[in-house]
Design a protein around this ligand. Structure first.
Ligand code: SAM
Length: 272
């Protein structure tokens, strides 16, 4: 028997999008299958999907080589609809909860991918949680509003380069892999979207080093037009820059990841 379309399923359950949950749905399975192809192969590993909503991405994930598909959906209205995708094999799990609160390590046994069309209002907070939290995903394939996606992959000197780029690229190799116009979503949001694929780096900073990197980037980009000797004053200013081998009159937007890591490491060293 052929599956009902996503729109038919939404209608059958009397469901429509709620703004407060950041709901903009992908109802075209060609699009969701493409995102899943960009995210995989999964080779039997588990996939966590945050915010499945009507289940367009979920259907594509269930067609893939994912060993398990674990859904985390905050809006309880979608649970009955998503349960219809369960074939009883134990491959699909549905968790009704806030993804900002769940402990991913408790949801999956081994390495797991994250694949998600994220709600815009909490997309950045979720990314920071996955980049800096105790649980490390195998890879992340995430839809953001286009501006956020650009901030994640930006290079030094670009307008979008800032804290998010430095932290994301310190932890992961990050690539923008797909653009989607607002019209691809139901209802269409006000902005365009893009998918970013992130793979954690084997040499990503240990938690303490990452915390120091967050302190340095928060201060440096908090006043991004100022020279580093001023913006970094609370952390040691010009002396800190000198210990790190960074010109004190440089501005945050010109410093690459390596430079920020040297500044973070120099925080540890005693002032001469
Ligand atoms: N994946 C679906 C799709 O592509 O059609 C829906 C994407 S929609 C942009 C975002 C989804 O995230 C909605 O289903 C919404 O209810 C859910 N959501 C919003 N905030 C959430 C949170 N904090 N934790 C888990 N899910 C959340």
């Amino acid at each position: 028997m052929t599956q009902p379309t996503l729109r038919e399923t939404l209608d059958a359950h009397g469901l429509s999008a709620k703004k407060s949950f950041g709901q903009h749905f992908l109802l075209d399975l060609n699009v969701t299958r493409k995102i899943v192809r960009l995210a995989g192969p999964f080779e039997g590993r588990a996939v966590i999907e945050v915010g499945p909503g009507p289940g367009g991405l979920t259907r594509a994930l269930l067609e893939s080589d994912a060993g398990r598909v674990v859904l985390v959906e905050k809006d309880p209205r979608f649970v009955p609809l998503l349960s219809e995708l369960d074939d009883g094999s134990g491959r699909l799990s549905i968790i009704q909860d806030d993804a900002l609160r769940v402990k991913e390590a408790a949801l999956v046994d081994g390495p797991a991918h994250l694949v998600s069309n994220l709600p815009y209002n909490v997309g950045t907070a979720l990314l920071i949680k996955w980049l800096t939290g105790p649980w490390t995903p195998h890879a992340l394939t995430l839809m953001f509003q286009k501006e956020v996606a650009e901030r994640i992959v930006a290079a030094p000197g670009e307008d979008a380069y800032g804290r998010l780029a430095v932290i994301a690229q310190a932890v992961c190799e990050a690539r923008l892999v797909m653009h989607l116009p607002a019209a691809a979503f139901t209802p269409p949001p006000k902005v365009a979207s893009a998918v970013v694929h992130l793979v954690p780096r084997p040499d990503r900073p240990a938690p303490e080093r990452l915390k120091r990197l967050e302190r340095v980037t928060a201060a440096a980009f908090g006043q991004r037009r100022k020279m580093l000797r001023s913006s970094l004053k609370p952390l040691g200013g010009g002396a800190l820059c000198e210990r790190a081998g960074i010109a004190p009159d440089a501005r945050a937007e010109t410093i690459d990841l390596n430079g920020f890591l040297r500044l973070a490491d120099a925080l540890d060293q005693p002032a001469r």
